[in-house]
Design a protein around this ligand. Sequence first.
Ligand code: 13P
Length: 285
Amino acid sequence: MALVTLKEVLKKAVPEKYAVGSFNAADHSVAEAILEVSENLGLPVILGVAEAHFRYVHLESFVPFLRKRIEGLRTPVVLHLDHGLSLDSIRRGLDVGFSSVMIDASSLPYEENASLTRQVVELAQKYGASVEAELGHVAGGEGDLTDGTEPDPNVYTDPEQASSFVEDTGVHALAVAIGTVHGPYKGTPHLDLDLLAEIRSKVEIPLVLHGGSGLSKDDFQNAIAKGINKINFFTECSLEAVQAARAVLATGTPMSYPDLIATTKSRVREVVAKQIQIFGTRPLK
Ligand code: 13P
């Protein structure tokens, strides 16, 4: 069975220093593009559905559909709820069949974040699912298309807190704030790699980098060398798909809707394949 949890898919990534890509889908064609790339390359992937995108799908049908599709694949795939915001939405996600969930309580004070994360870990255990949480705060919204966000160093992850957070919660993967933002960047991003190295020296579980779109190949490879194991990447796939649609529609050639979707899907496949190669993802076995 190809459906796995973060614990399984990232277990070699920490000692072997590589990352697995986490790509979000809010419709069947993007999900299919991501899964096809994973299958074609023979490499694992994390397929995310963000709570912010639940409004685009019928979750109770969409997630079981994806689960069934993944179970038929040869490559290991995690079906991950990205940025779950409450215990209720996490429970809903686990009930519909995600194999992994993220609780994002990163805007709350440490104690509240830790307490909610602990409850999610206990709940997820009953479903055999893995849990990611965030400490420090990565700014910017999912699907944010403003002129860009600037990271705030005041809310970067504190390495000592990261160590106690992992101990206090039993979480399986930790998203860190080291200079990335969701959506477009204002100016050139600068990752705090020394901070990342310090966090890595105090925490043994996989570390997660949100806000992958807009970073350079060097940014990714430096972050991976210093300890990042999961990279979330969404905005660029979305923008590239729209760009591909605009380009083909601008030709004025008559086109069916399925052909339009095939065009955008093909562009998403290219973007995802390129990122997986940059992340240095390796086969699980
Ligand atoms: P980008 O949309 O900036 O790539 O970030 C994706 C992300 O972090 C999803 O959780």
